[in-house]
Design a protein around this ligand. Structure first.
Ligand SMILES: [Zn+2]
Length: 250
């Protein structure tokens, strides 16, 4: 599935992130891209979760959140009733009233499901998607995506810094770049397959109907879809459906 894990890290979130950048590097002096890259590879879990919290808070402000008790919110509450915490990750759920067929999870346990996805899938299919999104967090994929974005952003920033005069301008630019990278973070083929496999086990553990794993992926395949959806992923959802079907037979 194509993920928009950090769908639109707003300037506010990006600015909060400036703190980490500024603390991590002495932006007043010339810092090598290599040095920044090194730091990018050592972001702690706490730092990743902190950024995730800030980004999800800002996304919740930017998006239309289904009101508590509304039909979408009530349905998600019901189908996620057994999912207070997963594999040590404390979860919090909300619906975004958005026709996009999408969902994401973040390192702080945030899970957001778009109404467009809820319109297309039954409860167990939604649970499979939720398990898949949680997998990207638990398997370290989201952390890696953040680190990659962080490194790329810092490296470009360092290049642009030659001859730069104002630290503030430099930070803003680095962070705008970082936000852009996060928005377009996409997972690899093997990460998608691993997340599917994790979610099948998740379905088994919670005794949800595992058949929904296959039907959710087949629905994605049948729906096709454009750039801004979970559909435009590799491997194709149809191939992923075959993979989970063989996992279930095995
Ligand atoms: Zn995925």
């Amino acid at each position: 599935m194509k993920h928009r894990f950090w769908p639109s890290a707003t300037l506010a979130a990006a600015l909060s992130f400036t703190g980490s950048l500024a603390q991590a590097f002495d932006l007043g002096s010339a810092v090598s891209a290599a040095g920044k890259g090194l730091k990018a590879a050592t972001l702690s879990d706490a730092e990743v979760a902190d950024v995730a919290r800030q980004v999800s808070a800002s996304e919740d402000k930017r998006n239309k959140v289904a009101a508590a008790g509304s039909s979408y919110a009530a349905r998600l509450d019901r189908l996620a009733a057994g999912l207070k915490s997963e594999d040590g990750l404390k979860l919090n759920f909300k619906v975004y009233l958005n026709p996009e067929v999408n969902a994401f999870a973040m390192a702080d346990g945030t899970v957001r499901v778009y109404s467009g996805l809820m319109d297309k899938m039954n409860d167990n299919e939604l649970r499979f998607v939720i398990g898949h999104e949680i997998a990207h967090v638990k398997l370290g994929h989201s952390k890696k995506a953040l680190q990659t974005a962080y490194a790329a952003s810092a490296a470009r920033d360092a290049a642009a810094a030659s001859g730069n005069t104002a630290v503030a301008v430099l930070s803003q630019s680095a962070l705008g770049d970082l936000a852009e990278k996060l928005i377009h973070a996409q997972f690899s083929q093997s990460q998608e397959s691993d997340a599917d496999a994790y979610s099948v086990r998740f379905m088994q553990t919670h005794q949800y109907d595992t058949q929904a794993a296959s039907s959710a992926l087949r629905k994605l395949q049948d729906l096709g879809g454009g750039e801004k959806s979970m559909f435009s992923s590799h491997p194709a959802p149809g191939d992923r459906a075959k993979q989970v079907e063989s996992q279930l037979k095995g």
